[in-house]
Design a protein around this ligand. Structure first.
Ligand code: SF4
Length: 327
């Protein structure tokens, strides 16, 4: 069966051809189970049946000068969202404690904006040190186009990981943002890596890109080789430029995308992120045969699956939550 051959290629360190990538994205729906079976072989080799749970907090919301078309926090968005500056150290530490109680592997803090101020970096450094001290949980920050000095300060404070997504293919990037470039994103990832920070980088599927763009994005992520890869499925938010976009996302289509991601990037933490609940819907348990990581409770400005439901889903599959310190 051809999907098992794709799994063999992946497991042997090879790379699927573009034509083979396209065969995965365009697989007939009747092939979903055999496709997932092949992706599961790859997933199982590197991650067994473990699932990482991550909790995301929107630590600073709205007020952004960038124009990312998918984002409800951009300067061109008319979406009704809460807008607030960086929340207090006390609140962030208590959110981290809550994440720890949920057996989350990592606590992620996202700040809206093109680039944090030095004052915000100093506040974050204090928070990160306190979270390490109080909880021991691994931390990740999503903070825009930081510079080398800021990255070094965060690393010295104990930050483990930085999230900076490619979002889409290089070719399609100017269709979703005009205030910074794809290259700006690559540069930020490079400088964060140079400081020794782990890298989380992924993308958003369903922004009007072509199948070729999805393949380009996944190949670029393979090249960058991040420690973790979040795959989001766009929730078109009313009031954003992509709010009225007609999407071709179905639960089966999402599963095909994650299977391709697993074949192309076999040994990295692959997380299904925003849009899991809305787009994969009742097939969400099936996605765990390809990915090994999920967010629980919610995303930046949208809510998500409650932690207890996610933990039940994982247990029902016979999988287990990977807790901090266990891998
Ligand atoms: S994704 Fe980040 S940089 Fe882009 S508009 Fe939203 S908050 Fe601003």
């Amino acid at each position: 069966m051809k999907y098992m051959r794709f799994a063999d290629i992946s497991l042997q360190g090879g790379l699927l051809s573009r034509e083979e990538c396209m065969q995965v994205l365009c697989a007939p729906d009747r092939d979903i189970l055999t496709l997932l079976d092949a992706a599961y072989r790859v997933r199982h080799k590197y991650f067994g049946n473990t699932v990482q749970i991550q909790v995301l907090t929107n630590a600073k919301s709205g007020l952004c000068q960038e124009d990312c078309h998918y984002c409800s926090q951009s300067r061109i968005s008319k979406a009704k969202i809460d807008k607030y500056p960086l929340i207090s150290e006390e609140k962030l530490v208590s959110e981290a404690l809550r994440a720890k109680d949920l057996d989350a592997k990592r606590f992620c803090m996202a700040l809206s904006g093109r680039k944090p101020t030095d004052t915000e970096i100093d506040s974050l450094c204090a928070v990160i040190a306190e979270i390490k001290n109080e909880t021991g949980i691994s931390t990740c920050c999503s903070i825009g186009l930081i510079d080398g000095d800021q990255a070094k300060k965060l690393k010295a404070a104990g930050l483990n990981r930085v999230n900076h997504n490619l979002n889409t293919s290089e070719k399609y990037h100017s269709h979703i943002c005009t205030t910074h470039t794809y290259q700006d994103r690559i540069n930020t990832i490079s400088l964060c890596r140079a400081t020794g920070l782990e890298i989380c980088s992924g993308g958003i599927i369903g922004q009007g890109e072509s199948d070729e763009d999805i393949i380009d994005l996944l190949l670029a992520l393979r090249e960058i080789n991040p420690d973790s890869i979040p795959l989001n499925f766009l929730i078109p938010i009313k009031g954003t430029p992509l709010g009225g976009l007609a999407q071709n996302l179905t639960p089966r289509r999402c599963l095909k995308v994650v299977c391709l991601a697993r074949f192309l990037i076999p040994d990295r933490e692959l997380r299904v992120a925003g849009g899991r609940e809305q787009h994969i819907r009742t097939l969400q348990p099936m996605v765990l045969y390809a990915v090994n990581s999920i967010f629980v409770t919610g995303y930046l400005t949208t809510s998500g699956q409650p932690a207890d439901e996610a933990i039940q889903m994982i247990a029902d599959l016979g999988f287990e939550v990977e807790v901090e310190g266990a891998g």
